[in-house]
Ligand binder design. Structure first.
Ligand code: NIG
Ligand code: FE
Length: 388
């Protein structure tokens, strides 16, 4: 949309500008000028420049749009019955991934595209303006490539997760499957992918296979992210740090050495409390990571098996209630933290030059996101400066 737009009468503006001692960079009685899809100016409302159009925030809180740095949106079918069984006491093993692989392979491109579009729209309504989308339910050369081709229609942050699990037809030959992933599958996927990811866990890929696959991805220019330490302790977190991964995700079971490795590294610990909610597992200890000085992000992990939510406000509320994060830490992790996990400096903050992605809450402060769980508090979303 052309012309300038002023969002003013903002009671509490979360900028994440990193200035002073306040990580959220909160400003009161503020205004934001948007031009050409970017933030052009931030300052006190009384000094706001003139603009072509105006949004009156009515004294409400305004935040950067949420950055959901971990989502598996390209799939078909659902696993509601598996969820019901878990709530009745069954454990989560990841074994259901193959069920979704079968449904995804059988779906048409248009069906997959419609599902991604529906979930992306759900996200936007709940304030998510940046999303990472993984493949990982195709697990054949053609199905991984088309998953990423479809994902790339919706986001720049596409992730090749051919190493999600070993598909049934390779069950007896995992080495051959790793060869397929590193060879023809990577070649077909890489043109559509920014990142490579591996599920490094007992029952998925061991540390040697994970290292080999991630190294192949790095060699063709993909950035590294890792699923690790979700179902139990393991070497995945330290592998991620060793390879300079942008993010290691789940981090539910961490040793002291894992926490030490993350602290002072460039690797963000991305916590996915929707997965613990939906698998009835113990939540990761965010407080331990934060107190040690690690960078923490929050994301939904939206997928039909372990976390079928698109809601970042829900994850913020869980992080505060169940993971001992303060509301300010959780909001930072869901915005600037997600941006760090995607190594992006254009989103997750509201400073001159950032993308004009912002959320007007139906609430006076960011505290209400955790204080009023389950309540639709997203009044308005601007994405690239355009009201949605
Ligand atoms: O991040 N952990 C591995 N992958 C997904 C779950 C996938 C599924 O159960 O379908 C996750 O939780
Ligand atoms: Fe995941």
């Amino acid at each position: 949309m052309r012309g300038s737009l002023l969002v003013d009468n903002i009671g509490e503006l979360v900028t994440n500008d990193g200035r002073g001692g306040d990580p959220l960079g909160v400003r009161r009685d503020a205004a934001v000028l948007v031009e050409d899809g970017q933030v052009a100016w931030v300052g006190p409302a009384r000094y706001a420049p003139a603009a072509d159009r105006r949004i009156d925030a009515g004294g409400a809180a305004v935040l950067p749009g949420f950055v959901d740095s971990h989502a598996h949106l390209v799939f078909a079918g659902d696993r509601a019955a598996e969820f019901a069984a878990r709530m009745a006491g069954e454990p989560y093993t990841g074994g259901g991934i193959r069920t979704t692989v079968g449904a995804t392979r059988a779906a048409s491109d248009d069906d997959l595209r419609a599902t991604v579009g529906r979930l992306r729209a759900e996200m936007l309504r709940q304030g998510t303006t940046t999303v990472e989308i993984k493949s990982g339910y195709g697990l054949s050369v053609a199905d991984e490539a088309r998953s990423l081709r479809i994902a790339a229609e919706f986001t720049e942050d596409t992730t090749f997760l051919g190493a999600h699990v070993v598909p049934a037809e390779y069950a007896d030959r995992p080495d051959d499957y790793v060869g397929l992933v590193c060879g023809p599958m990577l070649a077909a996927a890489a043109p559509y992918a920014r990142w490579i990811d591996v599920f490094c866990e007992r029952g998925a890929f061991d540390v040697d296979h994970a290292r080999a696959i991630l190294a192949c991805g790095q060699a063709v220019g993909l950035g590294v992210r890792v699923h690790a330490n979700q179902l139990g302790p393991g070497p995945g977190v330290q592998l991620a740090v060793e390879l300079g991964a942008a993010s290691v995700d789940h981090c539910t079971h961490l040793s002291d050495a894992d926490v030490d490795a993350l602290t002072g590294s460039e690797t963000v610990a991305t916590l996915l409390p929707g997965a613990e909610f939906s698998t009835r597992s113990p939540y990761p200890d965010a407080r331990r990571l934060l107190d040690a000085g690690a960078t923490v992000a929050l994301a939904t992990d939206c997928n039909p098996g372990s976390s079928y939510t698109t809601s970042m406000p829900f994850c913020v509320a869980l992080a505060v209630r169940e993971m001992r994060m303060t509301p300010a830490e959780a909001v930072w992790a869901a915005t600037a933290g997600g941006a760090a996990a995607l190594r992006r400096t254009d989103v997750g903050r509201l400073i001159p030059g950032s993308r004009a992605d912002l959320v007007v809450l139906d609430a006076p402060t960011h505290l209400h996101l955790a204080y009023r769980p389950g309540v639709p508090l997203i009044r308005q979303v601007l994405h690239n400066g355009v009201p949605r």
